[in-house]
Design a protein around this ligand. Structure first.
Ligand SMILES: [Zn+2]
Length: 323
C-alpha cells in the first residue's frame, strides 16, 4: 500500500520496565464502567467433528467514514461486531488459534480479527484536559465499548504493526497525523498488550519482501520486532504478517532470521510460530491436518464481505463450533 517509505530511526529508545497493569492511568474513560481485564488464555479445546470446521481470520486495515479499498466504515465495523456476536462468534488471537486454546463455551464459534498496518484509525487517542482517552471512534475504542456491553466479547485480536512507515503507519500515528503524537506510540502498544490483545510484527515500513535481497528482508523484519521490544521489553512476538502477502525469495526468512545493527553490533534474532498471508480464507481449523501455522489464510473485511461469509458458514454448516 505504501509505494515508498523513508526508513527513520523509529522507536529506538528503551522505556523503563513497564508493569502490566489492568488500566493504564489516563487510558480509560471514567464515565464508563470499568473493563474486566482477563489476560488468561483458555485450555486446549478437545476435538470433535465440529472443531474441524473453518475459522474466519479477518483482516482489517482502515476504519473510516467511507467504504473504499482497504477501508471499512465505522458503522459497518460496529455492525459487524454485532452480527458476529449474534451468530455466537467470540474473538481469539492468532496465538490462541495456533495453540488451539479456544476459550469459549460449547456452541460458540471462534473468529480472529487481525489489524494490519497500525493506522491511527485503528487506535487513536484524544487529549482532554491533559488526559489521554481512547478515541471512541477508533477500532480499539469501538471494540472496548462492545466489550463493556458484552463482557464475553473479550479484547482478543492481533495487531500486526509497522513501526516506521509513512502516512501515520507507525504504531498508530505520528507526526500529528490525525492528531496523533509520536510520544503516544509506545503507550498504545503497551495498552494493547495490557488489555490482552496480541502484538504481531508487520515489518518496519511495509516493503514488498519479494523484491529485496536476504539481508534487507531480515533487517525489515528484525527492526519491526526490535521496535515492539522497545515498547514492551521482553514481549515474545509469535506472529508475523507478510506485507502485501508477498513472500521473500528465500521463504524461510519470513519465519526465522537475524540482523546485526551496524551501529551497535547488537544482533536481533526472530523466529515466528505463525505467519499470516493476506487472502485465501477462511482458515481451516487448527485441528485439521492441513492447517499450516506458517501460512494462515485470511479473509478481508470490506463492504459486506463478512455478512456474506457468516451466512455462507451458517448455510454450509462447515464453520468451527466449540464442542
Ligand atoms: Zn499491510
Amino acid at each position: 500500500m505504501f509505494s515508498s517509505a523513508a526508513i527513520f530511526a523509529a522507536c529506538s529508545s528503551k522505556t523503563p520496565s513497564d508493569t502490566p497493569t489492568a488500566a493504564v492511568k489516563g487510558d480509560t474513560t471514567p464515565a464508563l464502567a470499568p473493563l474486566v481485564i482477563d489476560t488468561t488464555l483458555g485450555a486446549v479445546t478437545p476435538t470433535s467433528a465440529a472443531s474441524m470446521g473453518k475459522v474466519p481470520v479477518l483482516m482489517v486495515h482502515v476504519v473510516s467514514d467511507h467504504d473504499a479499498a482497504w477501508t471499512v466504515t465505522k458503522v459497518r465495523f460496529q455492525r459487524t461486531l454485532e452480527l458476529l456476536y449474534a451468530h455466537d462468534y467470540r474473538p481469539i488471537t492468532v496465538a490462541q488459534l495456533i495453540d488451539k486454546r479456544i476459550d469459549m463455551p460449547s456452541g460458540k464459534r471462534p473468529v480472529v480479527f487481525t489489524f494490519d498496518d497500525a493506522s491511527p484509525s485503528q487506535f487513536g487517542y484524544i487529549e482532554r484536559n491533559g488526559t489521554l482517552e481512547v478515541d471512541p471512534e477508533s477500532a480499539v475504542g469501538m471494540w472496548l465499548a462492545f466489550t463493556r456491553k458484552h463482557p464475553d466479547w473479550k479484547p482478543r485480536a492481533t495487531f500486526c504493526m509497522l513501526s516506521g512507515a509513512e502516512a501515520g503507519r507507525s504504531f498508530f500515528g505520528n507526526k500529528n497525523i490525525d492528531g496523533q503524537q509520536d510520544a503516544w506510540r509506545f503507550r498504545k502498544v503497551r495498552f494493547l498488550r495490557d488489555h490482552g490483545f496480541e502484538l504481531c510484527n508487520h515489518t518496519l515500513w511495509h516493503a514488498n519482501l519479494s523484491k529485496y535481497p536476504d539481508a534487507f528482508v531480515q533487517e525489515q523484519i528484525a527492526r519491526g520486532q526490535l521496535a515492539i521490544d522497545s515498547a514492551v521489553p521482553g514481549y515474545r512476538v509469535r506472529t508475523f504478517a507478510l506485507p502485501l502477502g508477498k513472500w521473500p525469495k528465500n521463504r524461510a526468512l519470513a519465519q526465522k532470521g537475524e540482523w546485526r545493527d551496524p551501529k551497535s553490533g547488537v544482533v536481533t534474532k526472530y523466529s515466528y510460530d505463525a505467519i499470516l498471508e493476506v487472502a485465501g480464507g477462511p482458515s481451516v481449523s487448527p485441528f485439521d491436518p492441513t492447517f499450516n501455522s506458517h501460512g494462515i489464510k485470511r479473509y478481508t473485511m470490506f463492504v459486506d464481505a463478512v455478512d456474506t461469509l457468516v451466512a455462507r458458514l451458517d448455510r454450509s454448516k462447515n464453520g468451527y463450533v466449540v464442542p
